[in-house]
Design a protein around this ligand. Sequence first.
Ligand code: PAF
Length: 166
Amino acid sequence: SGPATAAPVVIDTVAGVRSAVDGWRAAGLRVALVPTMGSLHAGHLALVARGAELADRVIVSVFVNPLQFGPSEDFARYPRDLAADRALLAGVDGAAGAVTVFAPSVDEMYPTGPVETRVTAGDVGSTFEGAARPGHFDGVLTIVAKLLGIVTPDVVLFGEKDAQQV
Ligand code: PAF
């Protein structure tokens, strides 16, 4: 095995991630975004590796998005372990030094509290899994739209775990 790589830097503010991206852009670098809710596994790491092939810098967002959890789904108990996620990211082949974690708080992402403006998934959001999870895909689209607006990546990578999300 190669030399150990340092765990990626964590940025937890919108202003911080914007300023990092501005600096990379000014240096002519391409930026990839891998949106996640943490609890990283091999699937996420494959997206990060691909992101590092397609761009010079990879932002991995780690945010458990309350907006996509229903009232009977356990937002509070969703697993969160940023140290473990960072350790896994440090080991992604070909991504050494390229990865930055964006791990904002709920207040940072939804500073006005209750969210009144959302992206609506339309019909696709209420079929299949969406039939049992009203509002789930609206919550996913809303946070993805916010992340795209904040990071303004050249490329964004999603897993294929969910046909509707893809
Ligand atoms: O697929 C997920 O993990 C989430 O739905 C996403 C895209 C990170 C949005 O919170």
